[in-house]
Design a protein around this ligand. Structure first.
Ligand SMILES: NC(=O)C1=CN([C@@H]2O[C@H](COP(=O)(O)OP(=O)(O)OC[C@H]3O[C@@H](n4cnc5c(N)ncnc54)[C@H](O)[C@@H]3O)[C@@H](O)[C@H]2O)C=CC1
Ligand SMILES: O=C(O)/C=C/C=C(\O)C(=O)O
Length: 495
């Protein structure tokens, strides 16, 4: 893909065609049969480029290249050189950050300030962080009196498949790729079909940083009967790290079982946000606006079920609704925009379907629920707050993955914990209180992989990250990522 833009050239980007090819064995290539599909800018509904559509043949080629690369210069590269290459990928992402931010916004519909301040800097940091982690990484050693000493050594898993969704395309791809490379593996990545652009540039960045040919490969395409399923079925792929929908995770698990692949899954969420009356309401509102509507609500960690202790309920609603009404929905490249376009037509209709369902279930829409006037070209939806529903309603139980939240009052800690945990998801939660003991007590009783107290999405990349129940399998982050992406061999030496 040829790119040379900055944010000031955003208009050129949306008017010129940007095409995405596969990246196999260090080269950009078309599909063997020449098949392509259209890439649509959700903010305009217009085609912005064509994408090579891969399938089994392209995945076979990519996996073969990755398998060969396991025996090439990547294997013999010193750990110090590998660390430097991984750091350099982060440096090059920062050097191209404006261009990448534009591509991410064009591809997803998210505001340019968001891709420029979160998606792209965090993508670079993923490489810097895991390069540093590798430098300080150690393994275990156990001595058996004077009889023997055991120590373990890390080895790469082999060829790893990385399959990603469309909401945080480069951030999530690099969150997987950086530790995967740090552990010495080779990779075949399958970006989401709706957001192929930044991954395509990332391949060139990896090459420019000194990653040997064949170590990083990309095959574009769809999931079922396409590049995605070909990757999960491939016998030479040792592991799959997947972020996306829970139902897709189940399909991938069944497919991967045939060749007993190692799996890491980060799946859906319906995250509770529990607000006690003693919390600082202004802080609560400021963060709840973000945890509800940032990235159009298309973040798996968003707190879409808001529970407010009854004494604070009316005041919370008044302020929350007022602040939500101030959010400007519009063109991702307009500096005033806080909420951009949803990812595409299918998802837009799905989210609108939930708003209709909420009305049928007896809910009241306090604000939002419709597309802003004058923005009929893209997939824009006003941030939506719904009240009057209980935990039996589908609107409260199912992941909507859009700018839609429900607010429910509660009276006791026991009651709210029961409601918060009454879900088959268990990704994240937020608890708001100034009572220290209650904070510990409630946080410890929520069935979620990540609980934030008096904050949200405050990330320390050393911490375990992942979901309980049907929100995921395993943990990534810091040493957890290095564990997932490597095999440990224990060596026992008799003294
Ligand atoms: N928890 C999370 O982090 C996220 C959850 N989602 C959820 O997923 C919904 C739909 O988003 P999508 O990106 O369409 O999710 P998805 O799970 O359908 O797709 C994610 C990735 O998996 C691939 N894929 C789909 N079916 C596959 C198969 N059978 N084998 C191998 N790969 C396959 C897709 O091509 C894409 O690259 C959202 O509405 C939301 O509910 C989406 C993004 C992130
Ligand atoms: O901070 C992270 O590593 C990831 C955040 C968000 C997701 O995983 C997601 O929305 O899918």
């Amino acid at each position: 893909m040829q790119t040379n833009a900055s944010t000031s050239l955003a208009n050129n980007y949306v008017s010129q065609s940007i095409d995405c090819l596969h990246f196999i064995d260090g080269q950009y290539v078309s599909s063997l049969n020449g098949k392509t599909f259209d890439n649509i800018n959700p903010a305009t509904g217009k085609v912005i480029g064509i994408v090579a559509e891969g399938g089994k043949e392209e995945v076979d080629l990519a996996v073969a290249a990755a398998k060969r690369a396991l025996q090439g210069p990547w294997k013999t590269m010193s750990q110090n050189d590998r660390i430097n290459v991984i750091r350099r990928i982060g440096d090059l992402i920062l050097e191209r950050k404006e261009e990448l931010a534009v591509l991410e916004s064009v591809d997803t519909g998210k505001p340019i300030w968001l891709s420029g301040s979160i998606d792209i800097p965090r993508s670079a940091y993923n490489f810097h962080f895991f390069a540093d982690s590798l430098r300080s990484d150690g393994t275990e050693a156990y001595q058996m009196d004077q009889v023997a000493i055991n120590y373990s050594v890390r080895k790469p898993l082999g060829v790893v498949g990385l399959i990603n969704p469309w909401n945080l395309p480069l951030l999530l791809m690099t969150w997987k790729l950086a530790p995967c490379l740090a552990a010495g593996n080779t990779v075949v990545m399958k970006p989401a079909e709706l957001t192929p652009m930044t991954a395509t540039v990332l391949a060139q960045i990896c090459k420019d940083a000194g990653v040997p040919d064949g170590v990083v490969n990309i095959v574009h395409g769809f999931g079922p009967n396409s590049a995605g399923s070909a990757l999960t079925e491939h016998p030479d792929v040792s592991a799959i790290s997947f972020t996306g929908e829970t139902t897709t995770g189940k399909i991938i698990m069944a497919s991967a079982a045939k060749t007993l692949k190692r799996l890491s899954f980060e799946l859906g969420g319906k995250n509770p946000n529990i607000i006690f009356a003693d919390s600082n309401l202004d802080e609560v509102i400021e963060t709840t606006i973000k945890s509800s509507f940032i990235n159009q609500g298309e973040v798996c960690l968003c707190g879409s079920r808001i529970y407010v202790e009854r004494p604070a309920y009316e005041q919370f609603l008044e302020k929350f609704v007022a602040k939500t009404k101030e959010l400007v929905v519009g063109d991702p490249f307009d500096a005033k925009t806080k909420v951009g376009s949803l990812i595409g037509e299918e998802h837009f209709n799905r989210v609108k379907g939930y708003i209709e369902l909420a009305k049928e279930e007896g809910g009241t829409i306090l604000t939002g629920g419709r597309s802003p006037e004058g923005l009929e070209q893209g997939y824009y939806l006003e941030p939506t707050i719904i009240v009057g529903l209980d935990g039996n309603c589908r609107t409260v139980r199912e992941e909507i993955f859009g700018p839609v939240v429900t607010v429910i009052p509660f009276d006791t800690e026991e009651e709210v914990l029961a409601q918060a945990n009454d879900t088959h998801y268990g990704l994240s939660a937020s608890v708001w209180t100034n009572d220290l003991r209650r904070a510990h007590r409630v946080a410890g009783q929520i069935d979620a992989g990540i609980v934030w107290v008096n904050t949200w999405f405050l990330r320390d990349l050393r911490t375990p990250f992942g979901g309980m129940k049907q929100s995921g399998i395993g943990r990534e982050g810091g040493k957890h990522s290095l564990e997932f992406y490597s095999e440990l061999t224990n060596i026992c030496i008799k003294l």
